[in-house]
Design a binder for this molecule. Structure first.
Ligand SMILES: Nc1ncnc2c1ncn2[C@@H]1O[C@H](COP(=O)(O)OP(=O)(O)OP(=O)(O)O)[C@@H](O)[C@H]1O
Length: 554
């Protein structure tokens, strides 16, 4: 498992590094094009789609190549729009017109032996096909070609480029910016020396490498009049068709022609040919393979072999730098991996700690829930012990008409002694026993205080019934509802109980949802009437005799 994940991680890193490298190459190509032909109307760091969309009409490419190699594309079809307005998916030209630009550019690029791409690589689906890199390679090769041209003209080294060796060195010179690009450029020069089968020598005569071949042929023709039988009677044709390396062929012919005199007559040429032959014989197999199937890596090896004795190019230095960079990257990767592992184990520890905390909390919550339940049970048990049925007596203040006071004694234990004034003290004394007796001065709050615990029993799921009983004018309505037009401190048991019900259900809303229903009926002259009914009809409840208010909860 671990190995798999490591391999996956490695693959991912390689892929992301490749993508990053491709992106940088693309940015470099875009930046260079902007420098050469002006704004492309895309971002500094364009996506692949952006990059090919601004090149699709071929105008930018044609202008760029013409700037470096005047007249490379003789006729450029202009879209007559400022480049800045070329947006990602906007193409002002008809397809065939910009196709002409692209095709002309590709022909010019081929003549300069730049890495080729196809017109379809500028289409929208090129991003999906992954062929945008070909376009980038071509642009960067053009850039390298420009740099090389500049360097050689500045150094005045054009005249030295008659030697394939020097061409090779020159190719190294103008390849400093990008190994891949320089490789392409080197291949271009190298192919000229190894006689690319597909290219025409006559066509190449216009280029430096073509001039070398031309010089070789001229020299051969001049010098080899009497040695024709050695080379099929047609030197130029022989060179064109050559299965053999022209340099090698040339070397053999010159040696045959001049023999030992070559060294004395043409010492520079003899030295050059020795070097050529030596290099080609040591790397003939690999070189021919490399020219058939070229890769940037193969170029590096070839180049560095060539420079083992006296390194005149920057390739080895570049190679060393890259090697150092790779080592640094490896070290960075290792550090990142270690940090990642450390973070992973830290996260694991934190998660474990969090898990144990949650477990503790849930255990505590379970315990708390059990305790609350137990508490509720005990609470209601106390209510039961205080009596399932409790009877309280409230004595209304006497009106002025009621001159005689009949109350003899109110006991704290709920006893009440009344005196009947029409009878003797002995016969007129009557004793009653209640759960509690409230005197005329008792407030509404005091009355409710004793009833309140029962309201909690209601929300705990117990059935509770509170009602007032007494003769007319004894104060039932006053106790249950309060005086009409009274303030909030005069509220009766009904309102106070409902207040508490709502409050408790609100407190427990996270645990349980309560539905509260209210009915209010009046029983008068043995008739039950719904006081909350919207229509004042005779809404009768024949089965209820004395129910006053019943709060219900679900
Ligand atoms: N504790 C009290 N303090 C002051 N006034 C009271 C008290 N109890 C009753 N009253 C007054 O006594 C009068 C009669 O009370 P209430 O209407 O409540 O009696 P009731 O029992 O409901 O009568 P009924 O059965 O005829 O409806 C009212 O004017 C009320 O304000």
């Amino acid at each position: 498992m671990e190995d798999c994940s490591r391999t996956g991680f490695h693959d991912f890193n390689v892929a992301s590094r490749k993508a990053e490298e491709a992106a940088w190459r693309r940015y470099e190509a875009a930046e260079w094009l902007e420098r050469e032909v002006g704004s492309l109307g895309i971002s500094n760091q364009p996506s692949e789609r952006e990059f090919i969309s601004c090149l699709r009409n071929g105008l930018v490419l044609c202008n760029a190549i013409n700037k470096i190699h005047a007249g490379a594309v003789p006729k450029v079809v202009d879209c007559q729009m400022p480049l800045q307005t070329v947006s990602r998916d906007f193409q002002p030209l008809p397809a065939y017109q910009y196709f002409e630009n692209v095709r002309n550019f590709l022909v010019a690029a081929e003549e300069l032996k730049l890495p080729a791409f196809e017109a379809s690589d500028l289409e929208r689906d090129a991003v999906d096909k992954g062929s945008v890199s070909k376009v980038v390679d071509c642009v960067l090769a053009l850039k390298s070609y420009q740099e090389w041209k500049r360097t050689t003209s500045e150094n005045g080294s054009n005249r030295h480029l008659r030697s394939p060796f020097l061409m090779h060195s020159a190719s190294r010179m103008y390849s400093r910016s990008s190994s891949a690009i320089s490789s392409d450029a080197c291949r271009r020069l190298d192919l000229s020396a190894t006689s690319d089968k597909e290219s025409s020598l006559e066509g190449d005569f216009q280029k430096p490498e073509g001039k070398i071949v031309e010089s070789i042929i001229k020299l051969l023709v001049d010098c080899m009049g009497d040695a024709k039988e050695n080379i099929d009677g047609n030197l130029a044709a022989s060179l064109r068709n050559a299965q053999q390396d022209p340099i090698k062929l040339f070397s053999e012919i010159i040696s045959t022609c001049f023999g030992d005199q070559l060294q004395t007559k043409f010492p520079d040429l003899a030295l050059l040919l020795r070097g050529c032959t030596k290099e080609r014989s040591t790397s003939s197999n690999s070189t021919s393979r490399a020219s058939d199937e070229y890769t940037p890596q193969s170029f590096k090896v070839q180049c560095c072999r060539g420079c083992t004795t006296k390194c005149t190019c920057s390739q080895k230095h570049l190679f060393d730098l890259q090697e150092k960079e790779i080592m640094d990257l490896k070290a960075l990767l290792l550090r990142t991996k270690n940090e990642f592992d450390e973070m992973k184990s830290q996260f694991q520890r934190d998660l474990n700690y969090l898990g144990s905390q949650v477990l503790e909390m849930s255990t505590a919550a379970c315990g708390y829930y059990k305790a609350v339940k137990e508490n509720g049970k005990l609470y209601n048990m106390v209510q039961d012990l205080r009596g399932n049925i409790r009877v309280y007596c409230r004595i209304r203040p006497s009106f002025s008409a009621e001159s005689k006071n009949v109350i003899d004694f109110i006991g704290k234990d709920g006893s009440l002694v009344l005196l009947d004034p029409s009878k003797s003290q002995k016969d007129g004394r009557k004793v009653f026993q209640f759960n509690r007796v409230f005197g005329p001065s008792a407030s509404q709050g005091e009355i409710y205080k004793d009833t309140r615990p029962l309201i909690r029993s209601v929300v705990d799921g117990y059935n509770v019934c509170i009602f007032a009983y007494g003769q007319t004018g004894s104060g039932k309505t006053y106790t249950m509802s309060g005086p009409s037009g009274g303030s909030s401190k005069d509220m009766g048991i009904n309102y106070l109980a409902l207040n508490d019900l709502f409050q408790m259900s609100n407190q427990r809303k996270d645990i349980i949802a309560y539905d509260i229903y209210v009915q209010m009926v009046e029983i008068y002259n043995e008739q039950v009437r719904d006081l909350l009914a919207e229509e004042k009809t005779d809404n009768k409840y024949p089965f209820l005799d004395w129910l006053y208010l019943v709060p219900q909860t679900c």
